[in-house]
Design a protein around this ligand. Structure first.
Ligand code: ADP
Ligand code: MG
Length: 419
């Protein structure tokens, strides 16, 4: 537990370790009747498993009828309850398939005698957007379907007059191929007109000029284009994931690309890519870096043309794709080294531009509109063994309460039998 000073009083605020200890005894530390009767999922060491992001630790609670996400806050946010009441009111009445109703529990969890707030939400079985993309790299049809769904979701949010506020890979879950949104801390709903933003979103998805006074339905527009461009680029050329070191707390772009676009490896890779669609998309996004946030267009099915004359060309010295230059974890397998060389050779000014669209669709997948159709011709399947950042094995499992212990017992028994 550590101390934080608020404007009015000195308060204690729990550490993730405090939360870890408390969730092990729900009957003593939780008040919600369903959660009290549950137990947290664990890791292989039989300790509560949580996902700790920037603002919260999230536990998966196994309760009598279903699983819940128990979200515990890592800091004290002063008008949190008021904001959550407005967001909850909206989410309860909207007909958007992407949002999930939740309960803001004022007396959520008791730590060292003090009650602290918590959120209770249905547990969503699915993959974070980044994991889903990694799993389906080399499957342009599936990524095309994902793109369509993403564009549709952003258009639906626009129609509803809301913005998520922190649109990024960790807050978009793909559940049975459908998109769901979590983490509503920074959400704008129409009844919040006149508020300012409580947070500024993930740095690898945000316009560098975003500030607290930017708070309106336009809030997601920049990040939506970043996500769109990343998926589109990976659909067209999955090798970009390795070449740009993607998937490491980002998709393809990082804050450094937005701060210095002229020397950015990501913009350089897209603008020198043989596929003309990526060149245009990249220029359009670079142009948005000069725009005022409220003037960035909503994500649409077609990419508006960038006013080319206003854009500086990418610097000659911008790092051309280098094998694994930005890869922070793992090494490139041999087969990919060859592919990189091929891309390098193709990315010269004389490279033939690719212009295509045919519609293909995989078994069990909805048809892909020509807009998101994959490029024709055989695509090299990406081997499962490649080295996009993966989660440490211990974190990667959610074990139902008691399972880790029974696995250990079984192992011990097996060992005894072997002896
Ligand atoms: N309802 C939920 N169902 C399943 N997973 C969830 C749920 N809510 C959050 N998560 C997972 O927990 C992670 C962290 O939660 P989040 O609310 O985004 O916290 P933070 O504000 O710290 O990013 C998310 O990225 C997501 O993977
Ligand atoms: Mg989050």
């Amino acid at each position: 537990m550590y101390r934080t000073k608020t404007e009015t009083k000195l308060v204690w605020w729990p550490t993730p370790q405090d939360y870890n200890e408390a969730v092990q005894v729900p009957k003593l530390s939780l008040q919600d009747p369903e959660l009290r009767e549950g137990l947290p999922y664990t890791n292989a060491l039989d300790l509560p498993r949580s996902i700790t992001g920037s603002f919260a630790s999230v536990y998966r609670m196994h309760c009598r009828h279903k699983d819940f996400a128990l979200r515990l806050f890592l800091s004290n946010i002063h008008d949190q309850q008021e904001r959550y009441a407005l967001i909850s009111d909206f989410v309860q009445h909207d007909d958007l398939p992407y949002t999930v109703t939740f309960d803001f529990l004022k007396q959520g969890i008791k730590i060292h005698g003090d009650w602290l707030p918590a959120l209770k939400m249905d547990w969503l079985e699915g993959d974070q957007l980044d994991d889903y993309i990694v799993q389906h790299l080399g499957d342009p049809v599936r990524l095309g379907v994902l793109l369509e769904k993403f564009v549709r979701m952003m258009q639906d949010l626009q129609r509803a007059g809301i913005a998520h506020g922190d649109l990024q890979h960790g807050n978009i879950l793909v559940c049975r191929d459908e998109l769901r949104l979590v983490d509503y801390d920074g959400m704008f709903v129409p009844s919040m007109e006149g508020y300012s933003a409580g947070e500024l979103g993930h740095r690898n998805y945000q316009h560098p000029a975003r500030a607290a006074h930017h708070f309106g339905p336009y809030l997601d527009n920049f990040s939506a284009w970043i996500i769109y461009a990343s998926i589109r680029a990976l659909q067209i050329d999955s090798r970009l994931m390795h070449q740009l070191g993607g998937g490491d707390d980002c998709l393809l772009f990082r804050q450094s690309d937005f701060l210095d676009p002229i020397h950015s490896p990501a913009f350089a890779a897209l603008e020198r890519h043989p596929d003309v669609r990526l060149n245009e998309l990249s220029k359009f996004i670079r142009a948005q870096l000069k725009a005022d946030l409220p003037h960035i267009p909503f994500l649409g099915a077609t990419v508006p043309a960038a006013a080319d004359h206003e854009l500086h060309p990418i610097a000659e010295t911008a790092p051309v794709i280098k094998n694994g230059a930005r890869i922070v974890r793992g090494n490139l397998p041999d087969w990919l080294q060859d592919d990189n060389a091929e891309v390098l050779a193709k990315s010269g000014a004389s490279a033939e531009k690719v212009k295509t669209t045919t519609t293909r669709s995989g078994p069990g997948l909805p048809p892909v509109s020509p807009l998101y159709a994959p490029i024709p011709g055989p695509q090299k399947a990406v081997p499962q063994s490649w080295t996009v950042p993966t989660k440490p094995a211990q974190q990667a499992v959610w074990l139902k309460p008691g399972m880790a212990a029974s696995m250990t017992n079984n192992n011990n028994n097996n060992n005894n039998n072997n002896n």
